[in-house]
Each structure stands twice: as C-alpha cells, then as structure tokens.
Design a protein around this ligand. Structure first.
Ligand code: ATP
Ligand code: MG
Length: 571
C-alpha cells in the first residue's frame, strides 16, 4: 500500500479535511495514557461466515484494522463460526478475499472460534463446577416464557438447582451425543430478575447434531455467541473489542463470563451500524435476494456486497474514504447513497483512464473525407497525468456519435451538433452537419457532414470558435460491446421500513439493470477484466468477467453527474 492509501485508511477526516478523533479513538488514547493495556492495541474483525461481506462490514473492517494500524497495534481476522448449519467454506474464502481487497492485513493471525471449542468446553465445565451454570430441560418455548419481559421479572427453571454432579453428568452426556436437539441446554446461573433480560440465565450451549465446516462431526453441542465471543477475545489477547450498538446489553454478560472465570478482560465498545439509503445491509435479506434470484449472485454489481462493488468497478480506496468520512458514533444514522457515489467518483476521477465509447449511436458520414482513408490520432489516457500514457484512435469517413449529441431542433445554448452547426470531434476535426437522413417514421438515421481538414487534432485553424466538443468512434474500427447500466436496487429510500403488508422485496426497482449494445474505441478490446475507465462524458465503466473475446461486457460503475458535491457546497 502506498503512504497515501495508508493514510486514507487510517486517518479519519471530517468534511473540512481536518483529522478528527472519534469516541473510540479517544477511549483508546485514554487507555494508553493510563497504561491499562500496557499501551497495546489489539483489535479483531469477527465475521460470521454465513454470507458475503457488505458495506456495513467495510465500516467495521476500516475501523478495526484502521485503529490497530494507527496505534501501532494488530488486528486479527476471526471467523465467528459457532453455527454449523448456516456456515460454508465458500463464505470463508470470500471474506478473506474481501478483507484483503479492502486493505485489511491480519498477518498470520487468521483465527476461528471453532479452534477454541475444546477450551470453551473446559470453561463451561468450570462454570458448572463453580455452581454458575446448569443444564436445563425446558424447551426453547418454555425458556422464552420463563424469561419474563422488560417490565416483569423472569421465573426460575425447575432444573435450576441441580447438583454440580448431576449438571456435569448431563453436560458430558450432551457432548457425547446422548440427547436429541432441543432437549437440553447449558445455561449460566445469574439472575432471573435482572433488569437486563440478557442476564436472566442466558443459554451458553445448545445441542445441534450437525456437521461443522471445520470440526466435522466432532461436536454435537455448540457454544452460543455471547459465551464464545468474549472468550475468543480473551484467548487472543484482544484489548478493544469493537462491536455494533445492538450488543450494548450483551456487554454485561461479556464481562460476567470473563470475571466469573477470572480471565483476562478486553474492553467491549459499541458503535453505530452503518445504514445506507436505497440499500439493505442484512445478510439474511441479501441471502434472500441471491437465493430467490432477484439478483444474479452475491457479486451482482447492484449488490451492496464488497464483491458486488468490486465487480462494479469501485476501487477500495473509495470505500476507505467513504468509511473515513462517515466516521464512527454512538447513534444510528442513515447515510445517503449519494455520498458513497461521491467518494467513488472522486477516486475514479483521479485514477481512471479516459477512453471513448458511444452508448446510443447515430451514424455520421463525412462526405468530403476519402472513402478508403484511415488516420490515427494519439490521445492521452489522462488529461492531467502523462504517466498514464496514450493510445492511438483510428478515424475514418464513417463514425458513430451519441444520439443525444445531435438535435434536429436545438434549444438555445445547445452547442453540439444540429443542422448547419459546427462541432469539434474530440482530438480529431471540426465537422459541420450538412444534411439529415430520416426513415419513414421521421427518425434520424444518419447525419451527412463535412470536415475541415485544417482543424486537424481539433485545433481551430483560424481562431474561429467552436463551443461543443463531442466524443466519437470510427464505425469500421469500433468494438461492439454490451453495457450494463445500473440504478438503485431498491426504489424506496428505506426498503427496511416498508408500509404494512409489504416487504423489502416490494421495494425492488424493476429498472435497476438495463443492458444496451454499445461501440467502444478499439484499444478497449484488449483491456483487462476489472479495469475501470471513464467513457468520456458518460461515466465510469468497469470491464466485467462475463466479457468474451468477441463481446466485452462493461458495468457502469457511476455516472459523472454529482448531486452530492453540489449538496455539500450548499450545506
Ligand atoms: P448482518 O446483520 O448483516 O447479518 P452481522 O452483524 O450478523 O451482520 P457479522 O458477520 O456478525 O454480521 O459481522 C461481523 C462484524 O461486522 C461485526 O463486528 C459486526 O458488528 C460488523 N457489522 C455488521 N454489519 C454492520 C453494519 N451495518 N455496520 C457496521 N458494522 C457492521
Ligand atoms: Mg452476526
């Protein structure tokens, strides 16, 4: 990573560009000042491998890896794989790839909660021996009923006061596979009247006769999240365990488990989840979109998954900048999708090579240009950075230009092509429209033009001004391509809060994908898959993996229009 990239990942900036210290960094600085963790900072990113990572995870990745880097510490990648029925190796592989792509470096510290199953089991027996855990025979339904509500205390299970010996015996038999799913659980013995419902004898282990993607059939009991997470953090020597706000109430249990067992104790700190307009960021919903075929897979460029964004052509630097801009806070808020697009455009504007493509062609014949002649123009890939190099673009008598760049009946201040009007073809020549060919329905099918040979390179030969400059491709040389134009996947601003009787699926935008045939300048025939370029005047486009030698496929990453920048200036 370059210094600049590194800075983007680590230094949070406010909108006026000044560095800011959020409440998490402030707390770490306090801990460092007091010597609480001997000045160490060790975080972890703990995904459950039950889906692909999305933009919400990007926030957590940038925070955990960023904080570690800034304070000279470390960040682990830990797979929180305690649920055998929902987890798959495919997810593990994708998570690894996505974290690395975003710039997360976990060194050799790739861990799995399942690595700790033996240790966790020992800790559970220890709690039983201390009289702080018991085996309960109540059904899941009964446990729920006994738990009570926010306003009424819970009721103790009739099995709560079993002897240590009986609990140990039952727990060992649970482990040995003697009981079917759902017949017993191990619970912490805390306080059924606690004002914090999570502390009302939470379940620590349940029976699940299921194969695990890493431990196979070794286990038929699996530890719960609240038991596993704090112990995994403690085992790994994590200092600051950063998680999202919904775990606020779980912190008491996190502390209880570690304190009761007398173990090393990291500090859990909660921050607000990322919410984004026109987007769902819940794995459950994203899985549904994939499984029910509403999108073309996890990496569909309309998905808010990191693999989808990558395929769409979004550079990781743009996501890091986005995460730095949104910052971390303790109150939930929803970020405008336009802000993400702003970060994408800003980055691509700086780094994307410029090329020419015509998405909606209209034919131009240059009557005074020799039929059999072709010439080449050298064009830079980047207007401000010569290091991008250049390519040659062929020019000939028949061209395609954008249909939208011609008006039969131009409004005032329309500086592009119209009958009798003169326009500059980017880097090539001035042309004037002499005649218009229409079909039987009056649609324009061809423009008959003449060029000024003295305007070679697009330079005015005599000081006469031509206001409009348009892009073009040579019809005989252009490469046909398929271009996928994307809009929001959801029309509703908040698909998570639909009116009564509707689900987020009702918010799906039927026009989120439109495929069109387009013409590219020939240099793009050999462009690598995954390269994002700017089609001049049209937007940013990324070559898709569906491309073949005969037909390149391009995803529109972003348009050029930027409503967010305007909004920012106003605000
Ligand atoms: P989902 O609700 O999508 O299933 P999750 O929280 O269950 O998400 P995990 O795999 O457990 O998914 O998440 C790994 C880490 O990413 C956790 O630390 C979690 O807090 C964080 N994370 C998940 N979603 C978001 C989000 N929207 N904003 C910020 N952090 C998130
Ligand atoms: Mg989770």
């Amino acid at each position: 990573m370059s210094d600049k990239q590194e800075a983007a990942m680590t230094a949070p900036t406010t909108e006026n560009g000044k560095p800011s210290v959020d409440f998490i960094r402030a707390r770490i600085m306090d801990d460092n000042a007091s010597g609480r963790f001997n000045g160490q900072v060790h975080t972890r990113f703990p995904p459950e491998p039950n889906g692909y990572l999305h933009l919400g995870h990007a926030k957590s990745i940038c925070l955990n890896f960023g904080v570690a880097r800034e304070f000279g510490g470390l960040c682990n990648l830990r797979f929180d794989d305690t649920n055998p029925t929902k987890e798959e190796t495919e997810y593990v592989d994708s998570i690894r790839e996505d974290v690395r792509w975003l710039g997360g470096d976990w060194g050799d510290r790739e861990f799995y909660a399942s690595n700790y199953f033996d240790k966790l089991y020992e800790y559970a027996e220890q709690l039983i021996k201390m009289g702080r855990a018991y085996v309960d025979d109540l059904s899941a339904e009964e446990i729920r009923e006994y738990r009570g509500t926010l306003t009424t205390p819970g009721k103790e299970s009739p099995w709560r006061n079993r002897s240590v010996e009986e609990n140990l015996d039952l727990f060992r038999r649970m482990k040995a596979g003697e009981f079917p799913d759902g017949t017993h659980v191990l619970r912490a013995k805390i306080d059924m009247a606690s004002p914090n419902i999570i502390m009302r004898d939470p379940t620590l282990y349940r029976i699940r006769h299921a194969s695990h993607h890493r431990t196979g059939d070794k286990w038929c009991i699996y530890p719960m999240y609240d038991f596993t997470h704090c112990l995994s953090d403690s085992i790994e020597g994590i200092t600051h365990s950063l998680c999202t706000l919904e775990f606020d109430n779980n912190r008491e249990l996190y502390d209880w488990v570690l304190d009761t067992l007398g173990l090393y104790h990291p500090q859990q700190i909660e921050f607000a989840r990322l919410g984004l307009t026109h987007t769902v960021l819940s794995k459950r919903k994203l899985i549904q979109l994939v499984k029910e075929g509403h999108v073309r897979g996890w990496d569909d460029p309309r998905m808010p998954t990191l693999s989808g964004l990558r395929r769409r052509g979004v550079p990781p630097e743009a996501l890091r900048e986005f995460c730095a801009r949104i910052g971390v806070a303790r109150t939930d808020s929803t970020v405008e999708y336009a802000m993400l697009e702003f970060c994408i455009r800003e980055r691509l504007n700086a780094v994307a090579p410029r090329v020419m493509a015509v998405l909606d062609p209209i034919k131009v014949v240059i009557e005074n240009y020799p039929e059999d002649q072709t010439e080449s123009f050298e064009m830079p890939y980047h207007p401000e950075d010569a290091s991008y190099g250049s390519r040659t673009v062929p020019f000939s008598r028949t061209l395609y230009i954008e249909r939208d760049d011609f008006r039969l009946d131009p409004p005032k201040k329309f500086h592009r092509l119209a009958p009798g009007a003169e326009v500059r073809l980017r880097y090539a020549y001035f042309i004037t429209c002499k005649d218009v060919v229409t079909d039987a329905d009056g649609n324009v099918t061809e423009l008959r033009c003449v060029y000024d040979p003295a305007s070679k390179g697009g330079q005015s030969p005599d000081g006469r001004k031509v206001k409009g400059t348009i892009h073009w491709v040579s019809a005989a040389h252009a490469v046909p391509a398929r271009v996928r134009l994307y809009e929001h996947l959801f029309s509703a601003e908040n698909p998570n809060a639909m009116p009564e009787g509707q689900t987020f699926l009702d918010a799906l935008n039927p026009d989120s994908l439109r495929e069109i045939d387009a013409w590219l300048e020939p240099a793009l025939a050999t462009a690598p898959v995954g390269q994002t370029v700017q089609f001049e005047r049209l937007g940013y486009f990324c070559k898709d993996k569906d491309s073949t030698d005969a037909l390149p496929v391009y995803n529109r990453t972003a348009t050029l229009r930027d409503s967010w920048a305007k909004q920012e200036k106003k605000g």
